[in-house]
Design a protein around this ligand. Sequence first.
Ligand SMILES: [Zn+2]
Length: 215
Amino acid sequence: MVARRVIEREEKLDRKASVLRTESGLGASGIPHIGSLGDAIRAYGIKIALETQGRKAEFIAYSDDLDGLRKVPTGMPDSLKNFLGQPVSAIPDPYNCHQSYAVHINSLLRDAMDKCGVEYVFHSATEDYRKGMLLEQVRKILTLADKVGDIVKEEVGQESTQLYCLTFRFAVLVDAFTQLNQPRMTKNLTSFSTHAKAQPRSGDNNLPVAVTKGR
Ligand SMILES: [Zn+2]
């Protein structure tokens, strides 16, 4: 039924997407649990349902590995306290068996998905932002922040989401572009103003060099 609704919406929007994609976020900050696997399996199920209705589909497992570590998960080494607030992809694997804490945590869920036969395309937020893959969307969200906020409010009924949406994207940009000249942001969205002149970090050569949003 969900798949049918998706197809009907696509037809109404007349987007003519050759591939319909479902997605599940892989939280990378805490140990995955049965609910995390359930989320992935549901999205994969919709992908299969889309295919049975004759559409080409893909399931994306998206690692939210730019999230900061909020607390040390139960049962994990206390040494992680030293990394609270840091993006989980930048934290060393406390067990020294993977490239980072995030990769270690993701591997647990990916292992369970593999064992359940879930087929997916893996994406890492850290990698995608570094490659500049989401820049166009980030720009659009910053430019149309008010409109985006209205839609989110209408869909989920959360007024604060508008500011959250904007501050989150801003934080991503700060991280991606690094050198900002006098960024200013207050809690009042209407006085939000940033003028970012960015110098790409080494290895980030795909990033454009300026983002501005102000009023
Ligand atoms: Zn590991």
